[in-house]
Design a protein around this ligand. Structure first.
Ligand code: FAD
Length: 279
């Protein structure tokens, strides 16, 4: 089955650009990706609401092409009044899906806020807006970096699904086994909703290594060694990355993954090449 025929299909994540050039580039990226008929786009949100206006404006311009676009919304550092106002604004302009997160506060930035974890945010959204929003939450096949154990994190994941989330999107990973193991364990805890693998195309080793350290995604030794060996040869890095991630996606779909969510970093080409390689 191709990605396009999959019941949940594909989706693409963007970040809110902060320059005119960035905004223009994002709309070109959106147009190129829209041709693959994604189920939705999503737009990230800065810690403590730091990109609130830019996230909202980006969502408004991305969704002009007619494809559902979900703002990410994090609760850390915000109070309930702020979140309530934002939900009302989203509703008013016809947004009906969200990615609900706890988020991370950069050190030294304000207090935690009134809601401590994503399960509390999901409960709050349901209490305030009923079934208006389709809610996606984050999942961590290799465990959240702050979690004391896989088991503890899995229980917390199940808790936020039970709070009323409709689907989950995973942190990126390079081991299909980690994903299948996580899904199996979540199903055993009664989670029935789709768990969509988050896919990070490999285009730049230095950035990938920094990102992966911060979010707890394991880069297997054989991938690291090969990427290190390429040094500054970005063409080889991209060719190798395309091959590795295309094979990962194929395995995920063949094994029953209900779609693919691409972390695009506002670039169309890497995700498109991977999609073209899928059977
Ligand atoms: P939670 O689910 O609340 O979990 C956070 C930690 O607390 C975990 O260790 C968990 O085990 C533990 N925990 C959860 N609930 C409880 C509980 N009730 N009691 C005790 N412990 C608990 N970050 C951004 O800033 N902006 C974004 O737009 C953004 N988008 C993302 C999209 C996806 C798909 C993913 C996977 C991550 C994204 N992130 C984003 C990163 C995310 O904000 C961080 O990983 C953050 O540290 C955790 O958010 P969460 O919603 O997973 O938190």
């Amino acid at each position: 089955m191709s990605a396009q025929e999959h019941p949940l299909g594909i989706s693409f994540e963007f970040f809110p650009p902060n320059t005119d050039a960035g905004r223009e580039k994002l709309l070109r990226t959106r147009d190129a990706l829209a041709e693959r008929k994604p189920r939705f786009f999503s737009v990230t949100y800065g810690a403590g609401g730091s990109t609130q206006a830019r996230t909202f404006n980006t969502v408004k311009s991305v969704r002009e092409c007619g494809i559902a676009t979900a703002p990410h919304l994090s609760c850390i550092g915000s109070d309930k009044g702020e979140l309530r106002d934002l939900l009302a604004e989203y509703r008013e302009c016809g947004i009906d899906s969200l990615v609900a997160l706890r988020g991370d506060l950069p050190s030294g930035m304000g207090g935690i806020g009134e809601l401590r974890y994503a399960n509390e945010l999901v409960e709050f959204i349901r209490a305030e807006t009923g079934d208006h929003f389709e809610i996606a939450v984050a999942a961590y096949p290799e465990a959240h970096p702050q979690a004391p154990s896989f088991e503890h994190d899995l229980q917390n994941f199940a808790r936020k699904m039970q709070a009323g989330a409709n689907l989950a999107i995973t942190q990126y990973f390079f081991s299909a086994e980690a994903y299948f193991h996580f899904v199996e364990r979540a199903r055993a805890l009664g989670v029935e909703a789709p768990i969509i693998p988050g896919i990070m195309p490999i285009t730049n080793y230095t950035k990938l290594a920094r990102f992966s350290d911060a979010c707890g995604a394991d880069i297997p030794r054989w991938i690291r060694k090969q990427l290190e060996a390429y040094g500054d040869d970005s063409e080889s890095i991209q060719a190798f990355g395309e091959e590795v991630i295309s094979k990962l996606c194929q395995r995920l779909l063949d094994g029953g993954a209900p779609g693919l969510h691409f972390y695009t970093l506002n670039q169309a080409a890497p995700a498109l090449k991977i999609l073209d390689n899928l059977k």
